[in-house]
Design a protein around this ligand. Structure first.
Ligand code: UT7
Length: 307
């Protein structure tokens, strides 16, 4: 069995926080933030539950299917509404779904981990899954810390995924983790998010390139065959350094962090939605989706786009 992406949906809070707005209270500037990260503004508000639900509703609508046909819900989030219970069952209940519903925390790799879980579920008999990436990072942000506050944003994206006979859309996965690097990006209970930005940056480029190369090799696809790269949206300099090493022009990489900042698990589906809206995804195209984040974790997939 393989999997097919049947529909997509996204949701972001209405409230826009610009770099200039942050500069009014923090020792920073629009120039510094844009030059060092590529971010212009981010969205703030909602919760993983409310944003995830809205994205899921839109994905179901886009897929043209009803919620009662979903037989597994996977919510990728690093900022669940509560420690107990998980947020996925609450979203499922609001959709009228009684199927199994779980949270997966793999930070910024979370959405691709969710897709990997869906692929495994398809292989063991599930027929239709809802994979959501939703984050409420602003809740865990120290708004007085200029090193973190300028980077993060809230948002959600979701995909309805069908099990199909044959290879399906995802030709290969490469996932991994290295918990010995847990100290580089963390948030303790009741605390705020902290990271060693420089070290994460350095490792992220290497991890993306190595993981993408493994995924491409498994799929039998070379970087010049990639129509698009849909990367996790942490920093445009990371995306550009990784693309350069992979031999992919930046005009083949989707960048949405200028509008949304780093939305962790939500960033890849937000970028997919942007590519779809701009009609950049064409049937038969090879697309590389690749994420990395706290854990550290990483996850790449080579997809042959099928509308
Ligand atoms: O989602 C996955 C995890 N996250 C990431 O992948 C993020 C990875 N890291 C990064 O994107 C970058 O390392 C940052 C954007 C976090 C930082 O950029 P950088 O080019 O590595 O800057 P830096 O940390 O070396 O800081 C350079 C200077 C420092 O001042 P000094 O020591 O040179 O005087 C910082 O204190 O910039 C200062 N600085 C700021 N200045 C203005 C740090 N944050 C700010 C700020 N505004 N917001």
């Amino acid at each position: 069995m393989g999997i097919h992406f049947r529909g997509w949906g996204t949701a972001v809070p209405d409230r826009i926080v610009t770099n200039d707005e942050l500069s009014a209270t923090l020792d920073t500037t629009d120039e510094w933030i844009f030059e060092r990260t590529g971010i212009r503004e981010r969205r703030v508000g909602g919760s993983a539950g409310t944003l995830g639900l809205a994205a899921a509703q839109r994905a179901l609508e886009d897929a043209g299917v009803t919620a009662d046909t979903i037989d597994f819900v996977v919510l990728a989030t690093t900022t669940p509404d509560n420690l107990i219970p998980a947020t996925a069952p609450t979203i499922a209940a609001a959709l009228g779904i009684n199927a199994p519903a779980i949270d997966v925390n793999a930070a910024c790799s979370g959405f691709m981990y969710g897709v990997r879980v869906a692929s495994g579920l398809a292989a063991t008999g599930a027929s239709r899954m809802l994979v959501i990436g939703a984050e409420h990072l602003s809740r865990w942000t120290d708004w007085n810390d200029r090193t973190m506050a300028v980077l993060l944003g809230d948002g959600a994206g979701a995909a309805v995924i069908d099990a199909v006979d044959g290879p399906g859309d995802v030709l290969s996965f490469d996932l991994g983790s290295d918990g010995s690097l847990a100290h580089l990006l963390r948030c303790e209970h009741g605390g705020t998010i902290w990271m060693d930005g420089k070290e994460i940056f350095r490792r992220a480029v290497r991890i993306i390139v190595e993981s993408a190369e493994r995924a491409m090799s498994d799929a039998g696809v070379t970087s010049d065959q990639l129509a698009l790269v849909i990367p996790h949206q942490a920093n445009v300099r990371i995306i550009s350094a990784a693309c350069q090493r992979l031999g992919v022009d930046m005009d083949r990489a989707i960048v949405v962090l200028d509008r949304f900042g780093n939305t962790s698990s939500a960033s890849i589906p937000l970028a997919v939605a942007d590519a779809r809206q701009r009609e950049l995804l064409v049937a038969g195209d090879y697309v590389l989706m690749t994420g990395f984040g706290a854990g550290m974790t990483w996850a790449s997939a080579v997809v042959r786009w099928s509308p």
